[in-house]
Design a binder for this molecule. Structure first.
Ligand SMILES: Cc1cc2nc3c(=O)[nH]c(=O)nc-3n(C[C@H](O)[C@H](O)[C@H](O)COP(=O)(O)OP(=O)(O)OC[C@H]3O[C@@H](n4cnc5c(N)ncnc54)[C@H](O)[C@@H]3O)c2cc1C
Length: 480
């Protein structure tokens, strides 16, 4: 998350230091999916082409019960310029994001550890441990803890990481398979003995995830072997799938935890430091990158002196914590369904899932949810708009992305975009708020409406033509 946040802040001209205690970049694949909404945000970041050139596009997830396909979720119908799951190991995502940061003049200071900090209303003073044992004290305006599930920043803030560790053992395997056996599709196999999910990673490489039974804290399970994984595939997966090499084998447990508030004064938490959950749905890394995109434009407007700290900065936790809560709930529910035991319960689950997957509307809803294009901030504190236009997106919704239009928030300036009919009303808004709104007014999403879209592509204000004063009042409320 730190890479995304640093790149976004630098793009908007804000000086940052990104420190990382690990001396080398990790080669672990971890997250293997970049979802549509994250790709859309990368379009505005200016780094999407490198990701698209490196990843594999998977457009369908197939669901099997005891070896029989019961349904599938297609992603081609998702209303996005990127209607697919971009399969890419996290090590590559991090490499590409570090290169993007480098092109913006930033870098990762490796081998530098945050040892502690103090924060007061005026600044944050951090103690850093540098390579070779040297120490440095640095004073900064803001500190963002993108330091993972064991976050030093969270510990030092004394924030509770509320939630549970699920009492089920899981295994993970990245495998080389013969090219003809690697399909560009996600497969979820529900079997009486448990779940087995298969994700393509790169040509000839796949990721397997499976649950292997209840946790016995007195007798922890050993790390899996390739033979163990092969036996799980033979039992639950597609016939004949045979790995040639194991790249990474690991046992893991699922934690479902979240902090209540992603901010304490001048200190923020983002990514796994703020929320961890089941890998069901592959949302973790994507959510963290979107935390970063939500915070970056707000922090940039404040650091550039163009907006007051509040209410912008307060909205980060309100918006992203609610998304965290929803994703925790949804992925937790999916995980519990996946590990359900007992013939009758499994049979009922499979029948209900089979019926639901047969409905086009349900498949479309699931596709919009997992690709994260349906996520938004309908109850967000920045939303305005009393008298809604008859059509078009509501406040808090992701603004539709129209072919050929430059993404809102792209380029070097964090600017809102006004979508309205040309005329005196929209023209005078663009002039009065020239420092906050892009100079060109864009075509409205529907007749008779005015929309103000935030630099991260979500609607801030939706109102009717003639009520431009609502847009003006909202923007005046942000000014420094
Ligand atoms: C096996 C596995 C599979 C996953 N699959 C998916 C998936 O398919 N899709 C998905 O979206 N997500 C997935 N995830 C989750 C995803 O990997 C995480 O959500 C993501 O890595 C979180 O990024 P982060 O930057 O918040 O934290 P991290 O990646 O943990 O990075 C935090 C960094 O902070 C550094 N650090 C920690 N403390 C300090 C300190 N005091 N000073 C300096 N540096 C420090 C650490 O060295 C680390 O590099 C998966 C995770 C795992 C483990």
């Amino acid at each position: 998350m730190g890479l995304t946040l640093a790149a976004e802040l630098r793009r908007y001209g804000v000086a940052t230091r990104l420190i990382e205690k690990a001396p080398e970049r990790s080669d672990k694949s971890k997250a293997v999916v970049v979802w549509s909404r994250t790709m859309e945000l990368m379009d505005r970041m200016g780094c999407a082409p490198a990701f698209l050139a490196t990843g594999l596009k998977a457009t369908v997830a197939r669901i099997f019960f005891d070896g029989r396909e019961w349904g599938h979720i297609g992603l081609e119908g998702v209303a996005s310029p990127h209607p697919f799951a971009l399969m890419l190991p996290q090590s590559e995502t991090e490499r590409l994001m570090a290169e993007h940061l480098g092109r913006l003049g930033g870098s990762v200071e490796r081998g530098v550890e945050l040892a502690g900090f103090t924060a007061d209303p005026a600044r944050v003073v951090a103690q850093l441990r540098l390579p070779g044992g040297r120490e440095e004290t640095v004073a900064t305006q803001w500190l963002v803890g993108c330091d993972g599930a064991h976050s030093t920043v969270r510990h030092q803030l004394g924030m509770d990481f509320v939630g549970d560790t699920l009492m089920t053992d899981w295994v993970l395997a990245d495998l080389e398979v013969p090219a003809e056996q690697a399909r560009n599709e996600i497969e979820i196999h529900w079997h009486a003995s448990g779940i087995l999910a298969i994700f393509p990673i790169t040509a000839g490489r796949i990721r397997i995830i499976a649950d292997v039974g209840d946790t016995n804290v007195l007798q922890p399970r050993a790390e899996p072997t390739l033979a163990d994984i092969q036996a799980l595939i033979a039992q639950r997966g597609p016939a004949g799938l045979q790995a040639t090499t194991a790249i990474w084998l690991a046992a893991f447990h699922i934690n479902e935890r979240k902090v209540a508030d992603y901010r304490a004064g001048r200190v923020f938490l983002a990514g796994d430091a703020a929320h961890v959950h089941s890998p069901a749905g592959g949302q973790g890394m994507n959510m963290g990158m979107q935390d970063a995109c939500n915070l970056a434009w707000k922090l940039a407007l404040v650091c550039r002196g163009e907006c007051a700290p509040e209410p912008l900065l307060a909205s980060f936790s309100a918006e992203r914590s609610e998304i965290g809560r929803q994703v925790l709930k949804a992925t937790g529910r999916l995980t519990r369904l996946a590990v359900l035991r007992g013939g009758i319960k499994q049979d009922l689950r499979n029948r209900v899932a089979g019926v639901l997957l047969g409905l086009k509307s349900v498949r479309a809803r699931v596709a919009d949810t997992i690709t994260e294009v349906a996520m938004g901030y309908p109850d967000g504190p920045l939303n305005r708009g009393g008298d809604q236009p008859r059509t078009g997106p509501a406040p808090g919704e992701r603004a539709p992305i129209r072919a050929g239009e430059s993404p809102v928030g792209a380029g070097g300036e964090p600017r809102f975009a006004l979508f309205a009919d040309p005329g005196a009303e929209s023209g005078s808004l663009a002039v009065e708020f020239a420092g906050l709104i892009e100079p060109t007014v864009r075509a409205p999403f529907g007749s008779g409406g005015i929309w103000l879209v935030r630099p991260d592509g979500y609607v801030a204000v939706a109102t009717r033509r003639g009520r431009g004063e609502e847009v003006a009042a909202f923007l005046r409320g942000l000014l420094a």
